[in-house]
Ligand binder design. Structure first.
Ligand SMILES: NC(=O)c1ccc[n+]([C@@H]2O[C@H](COP(=O)([O-])OP(=O)(O)OC[C@H]3O[C@@H](n4cnc5c(N)ncnc54)[C@H](O)[C@@H]3O)[C@@H](O)[C@H]2O)c1
Ligand SMILES: [Zn+2]
Length: 405
């Protein structure tokens, strides 16, 4: 038996933010990030709509990108005090993910962060509040997924919380919110979405239910991502739906080791002054992982199917695979994303010598590889790498060398 779980309602299309007026309850807390939603007027509108619905509203503002355990605990304390029956998270993946974790702690105050990280081990939520997510970036699709990614800055590690309990009750996918994204965010979140769809399609627990949205998302991303990056707002709007479809695919179809490696390299060099941004990490690692996974015959066939849907040509699966890898690398070039960690600048753009020196990378490699193998996303990858293979793969991602094992 398999399970395919989504929010009860997904409101989508321009103006969907107004669906907040339909929520029924007494008290709503809006969880939001550092200012973009306020600056562009979406926060005020959200508050107004909830008040129109007859609710008393409070705000929890300032959730940082790649949210920390500390922020989660602070937000949960505010919720304990205010006692909302609706948690409305608005913004990118960061505020929505943080709000999901706050929700767990609010419902079960004795829960520790370690408890939350037990995969598919959460107690029943919704005893105190329901959850509505309004996404403003076109990538994580956390508005429809069973995941939340929280960073433990003491360890420099991102931990996925995974359980259908935290799938939101209501998702609002209003493209108006995505139109204000700066180019770099469009590039990174768009490649995150592509990675979600590709990993879900070849995952060991994929199903007909997850294949359908995954393939459609891939076709839409192929058509719209570069145009969206270059300022075409129709394409930007389409990308907002495409990333959500990719989310529907991976929330039940799960992911693979591109994400395991992105989670474990994202914050591990933070002491050097930068993060490897999630979507950029995925964009660099995806072609390498495709080459590695394709040693599994079933995965190779499925990558060939993706290449066919993308109309990339190729007379056999080897050619299709090569075309798919080349096409994805072409995306990186068009979106100004490097091909490897060595060339990843502190500003995320390609540069001769990036912010992670070779020596430090090699010193930390065994630990990173160990943690990546343990990541919750590794289990559904078509091949299970051992320590040696994971280290080799990560080296290919550092130097941009060929994967031949
Ligand atoms: N839960 C999941 O399933 C899942 C999946 C993938 C990634 N993630 C996590 O999500 C986080 C990344 O989320 P993200 O990529 O959405 O970015 P983000 O939420 O971290 O936001 C990045 C920056 O963009 C700004 N921003 C957001 N929306 C904007 C808009 N419409 N206009 C202008 N500026 C805007 C924010 O203020 C912030 O400064 C990471 O922590 C990642 O690990 C979660
Ligand atoms: Zn992702």
């Amino acid at each position: 038996m398999q399970r395919f779980t989504n929010p009860r309602d997904i409101y989508h299309g321009k103006g969907a933010l107004e669906a907040l007026k339909t929520l029924e309850g007494k008290r709503a807390i809006i969880c939001v990030g550092g200012g973009s939603m306020k600056k562009f007027g979406f926060l005020d509108r959200a508050q107004k709509y909830l008040e129109e619905a007859g609710m008393t509203v409070t705000l929890f503002e300032g959730i940082e990108p790649d949210p920390s355990v500390d922020t989660v605990m602070k937000g949960a304390a505010v919720m304990q005090e205010f006692k909302p029956d609706w948690i409305v998270a608005i913004g990118g993946g960061s505020p929505i993910d943080a709000a999901k974790a706050m929700w767990i702690k609010y419902e079960y105050p004795e829960t520790t962060f370690a408890d939350m990280c037990k995969v598919f081990g959460l107690p029943k939520l919704r005893t105190k509040a329901k959850f509505c997510a309004v996404s403003s970036t076109s990538g994580t699709a956390t508005e429809v997924t069973a995941f939340s990614i929280i960073t433990d800055y003491q360890k420099g590690i991102k931990y996925p919380i995974a359980d259908f309990q935290i799938t939101p009750d209501v998702a609002i996918v209003d493209p108006d919110l995505a139109e204000t994204m700066p180019k770099k965010l469009v590039a990174h979140t768009g490649m995150d979405a592509l990675t979600h769809a590709v990993e879900a399609y070849v995952s060991t627990v994929h199903s007909d239910f997850t294949d359908a949205p995954a393939i459609h998302a891939i076709e839409m991303i192929q058509r719209d991502l570069v145009d969206s990056y270059n300022g075409n707002m129709k394409a930007r709007d389409n990308m907002h739906s495409a990333q959500c479809l990719a989310g529907i695919a991976f929330s039940s179809g799960l992911l693979g080791i591109v994400h395991s490696m992105a989670h474990k390299t994202g914050a591990v060099f933070a002491d050097l002054g930068a993060h490897i941004i999630h979507g950029a990490a995925n964009a660099m690692y995806l072609p390498k992982v495709i080459a590695y996974n394709a040693k599994n015959p079933e995965a190779k066939k499925r990558y060939g199917v993706i290449a066919d849907y993308m109309k990339l040509g190729g007379k056999d699966d080897d050619e299709k695979l090569a075309n798919l890898i080349a096409y994805i690398r072409g995306f990186n070039d068009k979106l100004n994303i490097p091909h490897c960690i060595k060339n990843y600048g502190a500003d995320s753009y390609p540069t001769e010598q990036g912010f992670v020196p070779e020596k430090i990378f090699l010193e930390r490699l065994p630990e990173i590889a160990k943690n990546a193998i343990l990541d919750a996303c590794t289990g559904s990858n078509p091949r299970q790498p051992n320590q040696e293979e994971m280290e080799k793969l990560l080296k290919c991602c550092y130097y941009d060398t060929e994967v031949d094992f």
